[in-house]
Ligand binder design. Sequence first.
Ligand SMILES: Cc1ncc(COP(=O)(O)O)c(C=O)c1O
Length: 331
Amino acid sequence: MAAFGTVFMPEMAISWFDGNSWSPAEVVSSDSLQLHPGAHVLHYSSTCFEGLKAFRHQDGSINIFRMDRNIDRFTQSSELLALPAIEKTATANMIIDIVRRFKDEVPEPPGSMYIRPTHIGTEPAIGKAATPSVTSCQYILLSPVGDYFAGGDTTLRLLLEENGARCAAHMGMIKSGGNYASALRPIMKAKQEQNADQVLFCPGGDVQETGAANFLLIDGNEVITKALDESFLHGVTRDSILTIARDLGMEVQERQLTIDELLERAAKPGCEAALSGTAAVLTPVGTLIHNGQEYPVGNGGIGATTLKLRQALNDIQWGKAEDKHGWLTRI
Ligand SMILES: Cc1ncc(COP(=O)(O)O)c(C=O)c1O
């Protein structure tokens, strides 16, 4: 199977902001995009994006998961990057129209169609390091993706990074390319030197998130994760899993979690940890690495509660359980 996000549908939806208004959305070839080499995004990283999925149900219908929530975050990211304002309805229509156009290509579960809205500053102005781009472009790419867990379920090894941060503290809640660039070197180093799969960024001992997913600790009936603030990405999967956990009668605690508490709780035999994200869904964490020492989470294996929560989320996404929170947009 092709690596996640490397296969694209041949066309994308696109719209341009000329400084005054957005152009009507068009469908164009997705293999190229014409930009001035001096475009603001290429120099000053005026860019944000989203990641959401459309699922095929047994009745043949196509359903987009939590589109409104992702468009809200896209709008907020654009605002915080001083990009032109997103018109939410127009963006929703672009997403729906392009997914509809390729509805026959949406894979059966456990596959899905990954949707990547992107917004970039296009103004050709290399003197504008401290001034926003007045023009921009948004486009919606589609990429059919398979089963993330196809290789069999394994648990992840996370390096707890106390000294570095994933990105600048005020940028964490913005889904912007620069944040990923900023996290790359620490992640590469952790992979090479510690055989870690991911870095769990914990600046000053405060357990935040990994490079591309949120972190949840599951201790018996309690789910513990960092409370929302501007320093990390407010995952839509995080919110969905916490909602499902509450629905199942679990006690959700959104609060500060320190490395000390994490390691103390992880030492209990029944403790579990997991990463949540649109791509990762809910991936079990088996080992924490801290100051050169390895700490299994619980028994180091795949946690039963993690699997139960993941299944409950998949069942809603795949149309096998009632969508009682209205998370699906049927197109
Ligand atoms: C840094 C980071 N944190 C968390 C997440 C999870 O967000 P979501 O659940 O909305 O996909 C992502 C994206 O997948 C991410 O890139």
